[in-house]
Design a protein around this ligand. Sequence first.
Ligand SMILES: C[S@@+](CC[C@H](N)C(=O)[O-])C[C@H]1O[C@@H](n2cnc3c(N)ncnc32)[C@H](O)[C@@H]1O
Length: 230
Amino acid sequence: MSRLLSLVLAESAVELVPKEIASHSAVRAWSRRKGKPASELILDQNYHYAAIHRLARMAERRGRPDIVHYCLLLALGSPLNMEGHLRCYVHTVNEKVITVNPKARLPRQSDRFVSLLEQLFSTRVVPRVGEPLLSLNDGGLTDIIRKVEGDYVVALSTLGKPKSMEEVAGLMVDHEHPVLLIGGFSTGHFSKETLGLANEVFQIYPKSLEAWTVVARAVYDYERASGLDD
Ligand SMILES: C[S@@+](CC[C@H](N)C(=O)[O-])C[C@H]1O[C@@H](n2cnc3c(N)ncnc32)[C@H](O)[C@@H]1O
């Protein structure tokens, strides 16, 4: 099996605290506690809930680094990744791309993961010396698809055509470099631009699922469709 699945957590709710809420009391309190300026903190609903609701744009879906954390833990721990057939990318709401080394062992604890992201946003690569485990670049979904030479792009969304994940996986394994877009956000839908990059948009269940549930199903069904468990 030489094909490689690129899993992209798209439009993910990962960003630094925006300037417009940097002086909010919830952010200042967290900044004091962490000993970092607000400009170096990752926006996090766990700690900045009151401040996030002051944001003018899409407040309800911002500040959810936990979604990316759970999705990556699931994906990186899968047999598909262990056998070298998976690449993970995080595309963020502000057009940044995090490239994840398949060998990365992420912290299990969410606050430690967020601290790692803060380090990444500050130094652009972690660790600073040696083989990069996470690297951060400016760029969009088009850059990722071009880089991985994506030949079949599937977006999963409740707005898509109904098809079981098993069937979707069956379609993807017919390609060398399939790309799977799963939203790294909690509510709402992909932008028109994102949907426009997909060859197909599929709904794998009639109700909205958590992103990490979708990742778990997608990776497992892809493993089976590609014969990894034979
Ligand atoms: C929590 S959902 C976002 C909510 C959004 N209302 C939705 O249902 O697509 C996060 C991501 O999981 C995927 N997802 C969730 N439920 C899905 C479903 N039933 N079919 C296909 N994809 C789904 C989509 O990629 C979505 O962007």
